[in-house]
Design a binder for this molecule. Structure first.
Ligand code: SAM
Length: 240
């Protein structure tokens, strides 16, 4: 059960990584001269967010961990996952969820542009997933068919809607190509997509490769965020 923390005006910060503040650091919610309104709103939202509170309580590195928890509650793809690739893994919240739900037998390989602090049972690469070198390195690390490819990758936004859409779509396409190359029969692919979901051609291709493909926006995904997720289950290797 996720409890909503109380929002107070000033005080000491209990949250650490998820808020970007360090333990014990003082905060002020009231706008002071020179503080941007947007950063105050961000801080208020963090302090008022039950998922941030829960992430700190349960030791997850990011509130985004709960998006995967909720996706799994709906579609149950983690329990039997033994070989998992986590694309856009930093700071490691999704990897933590996999390791917790799938147990010690799970092997996770994560990749991100950013460094990810080590986790037992996971190997992290600090590379751009869209490069040939990254794909080669990942393929090299895998020692058999993958049960789950998941991508929470998001391109840095430019503010130009069309550009952002194209960049995000490109990440989904590269992730999907990788999933087709590496998933074993019956494997699953979970990916973040943005407003409007995947484009029709890509969606049609996914539907041909998997038994079921569903869009779902988990409650932990902020309503104002354009993101949603695609969950493709039951990979048909011969069609992939
Ligand atoms: N699922 C993560 C968790 O729970 O900790 C959060 C992922 S965060 C929303 C998105 C990540 O995608 C960022 O860390 C970003 O660096 C990464 N990313 C974006 N483009 C990437 C790329 N081309 N290659 C690797 N990582 C990428």
């Amino acid at each position: 059960m996720i409890k909503r923390p109380k929002l107070t005006g000033t005080g000491k910060v209990r949250v650490t990584r998820a808020s970007g503040l360090t333990r014990g650091e003082k905060f002020r919610v009231k706008t002071s001269r020179g503080r941007k309104i947007s950063s105050v709103r961000w801080l208020q939202r963090q302090l008022n967010d039950p998922y941030v509170e829960a992430a700190n309580r349960e030791g997850y590195r990011a509130r985004s961990a709960y998006k995967l928890v909720e996706l799994d509650e709906k579609f149950s793809f983690l329990r039997k996952a033994r070989s998992v690739v986590d694309l856009g893994a930093a700071p490691g919240g999704w990897t933590q969820v996999v390791l917790k739900k799938a147990g010690k037998k799970a092997k996770v390989i994560g990749i991100d542009l950013l460094e990810v602090a080590p986790l037992d049972g996971a190997t992290f690469l600090e590379m751009d997933f869209t490069t040939d070198e990254a794909e080669a390195k990942l393929l090299d690390l895998l020692d058999g068919p993958v049960d789950l490819v998941m991508s929470d990758m998001a391109a840095a936004t430019t503010g130009h809607q069309q550009t952002d859409h194209i960049r995000t779509l490109a990440l989904v396409e590269v992730a999907f190509d990788f999933a087709k190359k590496t998933l074993g029969e019956g494997g699953n692919f979970v990916t973040k997509v943005f407003r409007g979901g995947a484009d029709q051609e890509l969606l049609a291709e996914m539907k041909a490769c998997f038994k079921s493909v569903r869009h779902f926006k988990p409650p932990a995904s902020r309503p104002e965020s354009a993101e949603t997720y695609l969950v493709a289950q039951g990979f048909k290797k011969n069609n992939g």
